[in-house]
Ligand binder design. Structure first.
Ligand code: AMP
Ligand code: ZN
Length: 210
């Protein structure tokens, strides 16, 4: 199963990707996590991406396409993967096709902007493994400690309200056209994000089956 999760920032892609990853035993690939990791390690890639990410803009296509290509060439991706946060532009989707990657399904998680702005305040991410939590919807056992590895949970810089607004605008302008792109290929399924993570998961799994 090669799956793409589409949706606005804060729609719950990361959370759903984690759940599906466990259910289907295929890796979840998040370009956002790879970029944050690169920043944390102070690599050249991290430096290059930093200013874009902090302002809520997209990192240039050629940079993320290169990252993605390298990642899905790895052994663990050979039986499938879940893409979370890639593609985000039509040229990125075209690049995926040009690489010869056959996508089985594209699930678009729909959540209204207003709900996203409300939700973002509770978002936390693990400093060491990148796992995402929400204090209300997907709470860690302890408010600032990662359940998986005990890492510290922090608020992402790009989750600040002004940045979130900027990211939503970028989403509508640059990423939303991907719905038509995949609709025209018969791959798109739309899932309305539910209040409960488990309810959304059920709908996502249904969308993979039909
Ligand atoms: P995310 O964790 O998916 O919300 O990504 C965080 C930030 O990383 C985004 O706001 C972008 O600046 C950058 N980013 C992640 N994935 C991509 C992508 N496919 N194309 C361009 N920028 C990306
Ligand atoms: Zn962790």
């Amino acid at each position: 199963m090669r799956l793409i999760l589409l949706g606005a920032p804060g729609a719950g892609k990361g959370t759903q990707a984690e759940v599906i990853r466990e259910k289907l035993s295929i890796p979840a690939v998040s370009t956002g996590n790879i970029l944050r990791e690169a920043q944390k390690n102070g690599t050249e890639l991290g430096l290059k991406a930093k200013s874009y990410m902090e302002s809520g803009a997209l990192v240039p296509d050629e940079v993320v396409i290169g990252i993605l290509k390298e990642r899905i060439a790895q052994e663990d991706c050979q039986n499938g993967f879940i893409l979370d946060g890639f593609p985000r532009t039509v040229p990125q989707a075209q690049a995926l096709e040009e690489m010869g990657v056959e996508i089985d399904r594209v699930v678009d998680l729909e959540v209204p902007d207003e709900t996203i702005l409300e939700r973002m305040g509770g978002r936390r991410v693990c400093e060491s493994c990148g796992a995402s939590y929400h204090l209300l919807y997907n709470p860690p056992k302890s408010p600032d400690v990662c359940d998986k590895d005990g890492g510290r949970l922090v608020i992402r810089k790009d989750d600040a309200p002004e940045t979130v607004r900027q990211r939503l605008q970028v989403y509508h302008e640059q990423t939303e056209p991907l719905k038509a792109f995949y609709e025209s290929r018969g791959k798109l399924r739309i899932v309305e994000g539910q209040e409960e993570v488990a309810d959304t998961t059920r709908l996502v799994l249904q969308a993979l089956e039909d």
